[in-house]
Design a protein around this ligand. Structure first.
Ligand SMILES: Cc1ncc(COP(=O)(O)O)c(C=O)c1O
Length: 470
C-alpha cells in the first residue's frame, strides 16, 4: 500500500461523509504535507488520484476543490429490480464451473472470493496453534464438541460486547466456517418447497444452499449502498409466505452495501411482526473503513429470530474453517443439527484460535488489514475510472474487499470472463449472483490484493476488452 493511496482513501472518506463539502477548497498541498509529515510530491500524488476518480478538480492558480458533481462523476449502480416471483434455483452448475476456472494461483485474482492470503498473520497463528495443541487436555477432545470450545466462545462473545452487542458464550455454536452455520440455519427453519427471501444480487453460496435444499427464492430489490428495500421485502413476505430471509446487512456480497443502523432495526422489527427468521451473514463486518464496527441486525433482536452467522475466514484465518452462529431461539436445533452433520469443528484449531484472540494481536492485525483494503479500493476505483468505458458504474463500499461494477448494457460479463481468463485474469461475472439472466453486464472485482503493476495492467486489459464489447 502506498502512502499517497492511503492519504487519498482518507480524503475520499472525508468527502463522502460531507466533512469536506462540494465546492470547498481542499487543504493546500504545502499545509497537508506539513501536518502529515509527508512530502509535497506524495500529497500531489494523492490529489491526482482523487482528481482521476472525479472527487476533486484543480482550478488554475487557486488549488484543488471538491467537485460539485462528484456523486455523478463517480456514478454508482442503482436499486435493483428483480422479477417479483418465487423460483427454484439453477445456478449451481455455473457457479462450480466459473469458480473452478478462477481458482488457479497464476490467474490475477480479481475474481477471487478471498483476499491475498499473504495479508494474514499465518505464522503467528501457526505458533499459537502448535502451543495450544501441545498443551491440550486429552479430555477436551471429547468435552469441546458442539457447541464448541468454551474459551473461544467466550472470546467471540467478548468481542461483540465490546462493540455494544449483548451476547453470551452460551448463545454461540462453533461451526466449520460461516457457510456451515448459514446452511444449518437454513435447514433448521425451512422444508423443501418453502420460499426464502434473498437480496438482488445475492451471494451465490445462498443460491446454492437454496437449490440444494429444494427451496424457492424470491429476490428483493436491493440498494447498492443501503441494502434490501424494506417496502419490497414486506410485500414479498405477504405475497409469497416467505419462511426465512437470508441477508447480509453489513458489507453485502457482492454489492458492499451497508444498511444504516436505523434500517437494520426496522428490518428486525418487520421480520418479528411476520415471525420470519433472519439468517444474518456478517462475515465482512470486521473489515470496516469507518471509526467503529457497524452493528449487526442481531443487536436489535428482541424476539430471538435473528440467526447471526460469521467466521474468521475473511479477517484472520482463511482455511482454518472456524465460524459460528448465534441462532437465538433456534439454538438447540442448530446444536443438534451440527452434532448430527459433523459432530464438531476441529478441536485443536478452535483452541489455537482462542489463544490468538486472547493474545495474538487481532485488533492490531485488523487495523492494518482495513487500511490496506481501503487504499486498494481507491487504487481500483481510480483504475476503473481511467480504463473502463464511460458509462461504467461502480460501488464504493465502506468496508470489505469487493466492488460491484455495472458495465454498459451490451457487455456480456460471461464472455468477458472467458476472454479475460485467456489473458490470465479472473473476474466474477454477474450471472453467478442471481437466477436467470440478470446482471449479465455486471462483474464483481476483488481489491483484497496489494496493488501492483500487474493489477494496474489487468485493469487496463479488462477496460479495453469491455470498451471493445460496449
Ligand atoms: C458472503 C459470504 N458468506 C459466507 C461465506 C463463507 O464463509 P466461510 O469461509 O467462513 O465458510 C463467504 C465466503 O466466500 C461469503 O463471501
Amino acid at each position: 500500500m502506498t502512502r499517497y493511496a492511503e492519504l487519498a482513501g482518507e480524503l475520499a472518506t472525508l468527502i463522502e461523509k460531507g466533512v469536506l463539502r462540494a465546492g470547498e477548497r481542499m487543504p493546500s498541498t504545502r499545509k497537508l504535507s506539513g501536518n502529515r509529515k509527508l512530502s509535497v510530491a506524495t500529497v500531489m500524488q494523492a490529489y491526482y488520484l482523487l482528481e482521476d476518480s472525479g472527487l476533486i478538480a484543480a482550478r488554475p492558480r487557486s488549488g484543488y476543490y471538491v467537485n460539485a458533481n462528484w456523486k455523478d462523476a463517480r456514478a454508482q449502480p442503482q436499486l435493483s429490480k428483480p422479477p417479483q416471483r418465487a423460483a427454484a434455483m439453477d445456478v449451481s452448475e455455473l457457479v462450480f464451473e466459473v469458480l473452478g476456472e478462477i481458482r488457479k494461483r497464476n490467474a490475477l485474482p480479481l475474481g477471487s472470493a478471498f483476499p491475498s492470503p499473504l495479508l494474514f498473520p499465518l505464522p503467528k497463528l501457526a505458533q499459537l496453534l502448535g502451543q495450544s495443541a501441545r498443551r491440550l487436555d486429552p479430555w477436551k477432545t471429547v468435552e469441546d464438541m458442539s457447541p464448541g470450545n468454551p474459551e473461544l466462545r467466550r472470546q467471540i462473545a467478548k468481542r461483540y460486547s465490546v462493540h455494544g452487542v449483548r451476547m453470551l458464550p452460551d448463545d454461540i455454536v462453533i461451526t466449520s466456517g460461516a457457510l456451515e452455520a448459514l446452511n444449518l440455519c437454513l435447514q433448521a427453519v425451512t422444508r423443501a418447497g418453502d420460499v426464502v427471501a434473498i437480496e438482488s444480487p445475492a451471494f451465490y453460496g445462498a443460491l446454492q444452499a437454496i437449490e440444494r435444499l429444494g427451496l424457492k427464492a424470491v429476490a428483493v430489490a436491493t440498494h447498492p449502498r443501503e441494502g434490501v428495500d424494506l417496502g419490497s421485502l414486506d410485500k414479498a413476505i405477504r405475497k409469497h409466505g416467505v419462511k426465512a430471509c437470508w441477508l447480509m446487512p453489513t458489507f453485502q456480497n457482492p454489492l458492499g452495501a451497508l444498511m444504516p443502523d436505523g434500517k437494520k432495526k426496522e428490518l428486525v422489527e418487520l421480520l418479528a411482526t411476520h415471525r420470519v427468521p433472519l439468517i444474518e451473514d456478517d462475515v465482512y463486518a470486521e473489515l470496516y473503513f469507518g471509526a467503529v464496527r457497524p452493528l449487526p441486525a442481531k443487536a436489535y433482536d428482541r424476539a430471538g429470530l435473528v440467526m447471526h452467522c460469521s467466521s474468521f475466514s475473511k479477517s484472520v484465518a482463511p482455511g482454518y474453517r472456524v465460524g459460528w452462529c448465534a441462532p437465538g431461539i433456534f439454538a438447540q436445533k442448530i446444536e443438534r443439527l451440527k452434532l448430527s452433520t459433523s459432530i464438531a469443528t476441529s478441536i485443536p484449531v478452535q483452541g489455537g484460535l482462542a489463544e490468538y484472540l486472547k493474545h495474538g494481536g487481532y485488533d492490531h492485525h485488523l487495523r492494518g488489514l482495513r487500511r490496506a483494503f481501503q487504499a486498494q479500493q481507491a487504487d481500483m476505483l481510480r483504475a476503473i475510472q481511467k480504463y473502463f468505458p464511460l458509462a461504467t458504474r461502480a460501488t464504493r463500499p465502506a468496508g470489505g474487499y469487493f466492488l460491484w461494477v455495472e458495465l454498459p448494457p451490451t457487455v456480456d460479463a460471461l464472455a468477458l470472463h472467458r476472454r479475460a481468463l485467456k489473458k490470465g485474469i479472473s473476474i466474477t461475472p454477474g450471472p453467478l449472483f442471481a437466477p436467470g439472466k440478470q446482471f449479465a453486464n455486471c462483474v464483481r472485482l476483488n481489491y483484497g490484493h496489494p496493488w501492483s503493476e500487474q493489477l494496474e495492467a489487468a485493469l487496463l486489459t479488462l477496460g479495453r476488452m469491455a470498451t471493445a464489447m460496449a
